[in-house]
Design a protein around this ligand. Structure first.
Ligand SMILES: [Fe+2]
Length: 308
């Protein structure tokens, strides 16, 4: 390495900044942290050098990032939402979960996972408060990638109401409405009763909403149900099963919809003996979740509470 005199270490030109900052970080102990932050700084400096922001633009950008924190609380996570609408979350998801071993494709955790959902028996209804809308009878099975059933697999389920609000956003819904945790039987099967979810706008009252409006983007997500599927000896699957039109899937503001995880929702206008406990009109959906062998790993819930 060329020797650098003490004078040369003093910044005097634009071109001096990046190598000086990288030198300052070169003794980082953790090799992966060093790799990540070195690359991040290099790319951020290149971005600044290319776009050459004014000081006013820089101040605005800093205020926007600070506002992500100011709009994050027990029942809203604006930081996760920002990563989602910028496509970063989907990129991370696909880098880490490519589905190439035959497992069900994953999808974003999203900002509304609370954790600690009520434990349910198979067949329970997760619409705990008066939740108007078409019913849903969801049947499912959890298997390995070769189709063998996985007994005692856990499914953490959460969804928006038919008006497009999660219970944490909606004072009219009971605590943990449309959330529940199910366990598969010896044949890997489970089922539950609910209401058909609606598509919904992501929260637009914070800095993410400001950005979406400036970009003339619709804030909509297609209708879906979230699942975290886990079993000992298997990689935890975080996914969403979609229930919406192709146009809505393509228009997903967080780029989360994938064709492999679109559910087959079938409408019934009359009661049916095969689907007890759900009033007509209702929909059915049957989905087989395939887990690949691996180590279970659970996400930290982005929120912990409920509004109101
Ligand atoms: Fe969602």
């Amino acid at each position: 390495m060329n020797h650098i005199s003490i004078e040369q270490k003093l910044i005097s030109r634009e071109e001096d900044v990046t190598p000086t900052v990288l030198r300052a970080m070169q003794n980082t102990t953790d090799a992966r942290l060093k790799e990540l932050v070195t690359s991040l700084v290099t790319h951020l400096h290149a971005f600044v050098g290319e776009t050459r922001p004014t000081e006013a633009e820089f101040e605005y950008g800093l205020r926007w990032i600070a506002a992500l924190g100011h709009h994050t609380n027990d029942f809203n996570n604006e930081v996760v939402l920002a990563a989602d609408v910028l496509g970063i979350s989907t990129l991370i998801d696909l880098i880490n979960n490519d589905g190439m071993q035959g497992e069900t494709m994953s999808a974003l955790l999203g900002p509304f996972y609370r954790g600690a959902a009520p434990i349910c028996a198979s067949g329970d209804c997760i619409a705990r408060s008066d939740t108007p809308g078409a019913g849903l009878y969801f049947t499912g099975r959890v298997t390995g990638v070769n189709g063998q059933p996985i007994a005692d697999a856990s499914l953490d389920v959460w969804q928006a109401s038919p008006v497009g609000l999660y219970e944490n956003q909606d004072e009219t819904q009971d605590d943990f409405n449309l959330r529940g945790k199910f366990t598969t039987d010896a044949d890997g099967r489970f089922h539950f009763v609910s209401v058909k979810p609606a598509g919904y706008p992501v929260p637009t009252d914070g800095p993410v909403g400001d950005l979406l409006r400036a970009q003339n983007r619709e804030p909509m997500r297609p209708a879906h149900i979230h699942f975290i599927v886990s079993a000992p000896g298997h990689k935890t699957l975080i996914t969403q099963i979609f229930a919406d039109s192709l146009e809505a899937l393509v228009g997903d503001v967080v780029f989360g919809a994938k064709k492999q995880i679109v559910g087959n929702f079938v409408r019934y206008d009359e009661p049916h003996p095969d689907y007890p406990g759900v009033a007509a009109p209702f929909f059915t959906c049957d989905y087989e979740f395939k887990l690949v062998e691996g180590t279970p790993c659970f996400p930290v819930p982005p929120i912990s509470g409920k509004k109101g």
